[in-house]
Structure formats: C-alpha cells, structure tokens
Design a protein around this ligand. Structure first.
Ligand SMILES: Nc1ncnc2c1ncn2[C@@H]1O[C@H](COP(=O)(O)OP(=O)(O)OP(=O)(O)O)[C@@H](O)[C@H]1O
Ligand SMILES: [Mg+2]
Length: 327
C-alpha cells in the first residue's frame, strides 16, 4: 500500500515555484529521502504533506487521507521533526515528551510506558530529567525524534534530521532512523542535502531541484544508471574539457569543481585519457579514478553539483541563520 501519493503537486510563493508538479509515491515501510540543495523545495513539500501549507494546485494523500480535505486525519497519523528545533528549552526532556503526548491525547498509562521505551531507543534515559537547555545539539535532535513517535504515527517526517551535527552524532542518529521501520513499524520520509546521508539511510531517494524530481529510485541503482566509473580531472584550462567528448568510451562530460568523465571501465580508460590529453596539448594537473556517488548522479541530471556553494545567497544565509539558532 502507498503511504503517500502526490499528483501534480505544486506550490508557488509569488513568482517562485517551490514545488513544481510533483508526482510521487512512497510505499509503506520505506525510508524515502528527498535529496536536494538549499531552496530545492524539500521543506515546502514536507510542509504540504504535513498539512502546514496548502498546495497551490494538484493533490496529495497521506495514509489514505487527502491533505486538503482531511487535514486532521492526516495530522493524527503522522509524526514530524521540523528543520528548525522546536523543543521547550526550559522543560526537561521527559516533560517535553509528556507535553507532546498530551497534545496527541495519548492516555496517561500508555504515555509512561511509551516515553520510557522511546527515551531508551534514543539513549536519553539517564539525561531525561535535565532541562533541555543543558542538552547538546545531537541530544536535542534525538529527543525530537523520540517525541515525534510518541503517538505511534504511521509515518514520520524528518526535515534535515542531522543538519549542523558533527559526523559522530550524525552516525548515531542514522542508527536510530535505520532501526525505526522494523521496531516501530513506520514509514519514514526525510529530507537532506547530505548525499552520504541519503545513500546510507534511504531505500529510495527522489533527487529534487527547483521543485522538480530529477531522478528517482534506489541510491545504488541511480548510481549504477549513470555509468560504471568516474574519472575526475583537474585541468590547466577547464575550457578544454569538452574535447574529451571525442573519446568513444566517454559517456558524459561534466564540468564542476573538477572535470568529470563518466566511463564504462575506468581502469582501461585512464591511460587512454592521459594519452589523449598529451596528444591534444591539454594540461592535466591531476587525475582520480573512483566509483560514482549521488553527487555525480545530481551533477549528471542537473549539470551542477549538489553543494551549498551552488545555493543562491538568500537560501545560504537562511541556512546559516538556522544553524546559529535564529529563524
Ligand atoms: N513562506 C515562503 N515565502 C516565500 N518563499 C518561500 C517560502 N518558503 C519557501 N520559499 C521559497 O521556496 C523555495 C523552496 O524553499 P524550501 O524551504 O522548500 O527549500 P528546501 O529544499 O527545504 O531548502 P533548505 O535546504 O535550505 O532547507 C525557495 O526558493 C524559498 O526561498
Ligand atoms: Mg528545508
């Protein structure tokens, strides 16, 4: 059964089309990721699915309920962890959980049991009675995830679950998220602009740019689809990159920070690339052979890299402000 289905879902803010005719299906029990750069439309999509924003046109159903017709049924069946932290810092971890349980009408007896098991799940039992203001960023994020699960939702939405966290804490959060579908019998929809996060966590990803899905599928399959190997070159003069298209075994040439050639067999291609460069007077500063990543998938479909420096300055500023705890 599909947990989520969108049909031509569109959201405009004035001239900006944040979500552009999105057609998406998320199956029950999946970990599904929306991967895209700043400003791609990830939060907007999630906000529509969570009934926080109304679509401009098109439709979406969540757990079988229409987001515009039956918003309260949708809300009851989902848990949300927002991109911006939303805990009460003056309350303890446990109190934050209790407040949320009340909000969702979880009965008192269930509350206790549920809070206990969720605090254990995210390893916060020993710190549960301290005010949240004493928590580290990673602890806060773990508490928010636990809190989002308190009313046993069918779907958990996580907007940038590890934004701004150190790699170790990020790894820990990945562990919890991976455990959830089996332990909590839940579907997870998350957004991220970290490629490795999408690769590690998601059964399927939708790569999104300017509100449109540019590629959809299992991370491994998407990577496989673009080719076998990547030869990454640093050239004395990037404008010469196109010349490599003349080589029959080069399937694709993209110019980003480095010049990337998608080739079928990297080991075979490498010496021939060097030879070609010498013959054509192209200065090679360095050459690296590697297997492709989701960043290469993004580059392949969008023509630029999935990196923050590509975001427009307004979105970049927005994301910096968030990291500093502002709004
Ligand atoms: N309330 C709003 N009013 C006007 N424009 C908005 C609003 N919310 C989002 N936008 C615009 O819609 C586009 C998509 O924004 P959105 O927040 O969905 O991106 P995102 O993919 O979540 O980015 P990030 O990685 O920075 O969180 C951006 O151009 C953004 O500036
Ligand atoms: Mg966002």
């Amino acid at each position: 059964m599909s947990s989520i289905e969108t049909v031509d879902l569109t959201k405009r803010f004035g001239d900006v089309t944040a979500v552009d005719s999105l057609n998406l299906r998320v199956e029950s029990g999946e970990v599904f990721g929306l991967l895209g750069p700043n400003g791609a439309g990830k939060t907007t999509t999630l906000s529509i699915l969570c009934t926080i924003l109304k679509p401009t046109s098109g439709s979406a159903s969540v757990n079988g309920h229409g987001v515009t017709d039956e918003p309260s049924d949708v809300r009851k069946s989902i848990g949300i962890v927002f991109q911006d932290p939303s805990l009460d810092n003056r309350l303890t971890g446990r109190e934050n959980m209790e407040m949320h349980a009340e909000l969702y009408n979880v009965d008192r007896h269930m509350q206790k049991k549920r809070i206990k098991e969720l605090l254990e799940l995210v390893e916060l039992t020993s710190r549960a009675d301290e005010p949240v203001k004493n928590y580290s960023g990673g602890m806060k994020r773990r508490l928010e995830i636990a809190r989002g699960l308190i009313h046993r939702p069918n779907i958990l939405f996580l907007d940038e679950p590890t934004l701004g966290l150190d790699p170790q804490t990020r790894g820990k959060i990945w562990e919890y998220i991976r455990k959830l579908p089996s332990e909590e019998n839940i579907t997870i929809v998350l957004t991220t602009h970290y490629m490795e996060e999408a690769e590690m966590l998601c059964d399927r990803v939708g790569i999104i740019d300017h509100g449109r899905i540019v590629a959809l599928g299992q991370p491994r399959q998407l990577i496989k689809d673009i080719g076998e190997d990547i030869v990454s070159l640093k050239l004395g003069d990037k404008s010469r990159a196109e010349a490599f298209k003349q080589l029959s075994f080069v399937k694709n040439v993209k110019v980003g920070e480095t010049v990337r050639l998608v080739v079928e067999d990297g080991a075979e291609a490498t010496p021939r690339i060097c030879e070609f460069a010498t013959q054509n007077n192209i200065k090679l500063r360095s050459l690296e052979l590697r297997t492709p990543t989701l960043n290469d998938v993004f580059l392949y479909h969008v023509g630029r890299e999935l990196r923050e420096e590509n975001a427009n300055s307004r979105d970049r500023m927005k994301s910096m402000m968030r990291r500093r705890g502002g709004r």
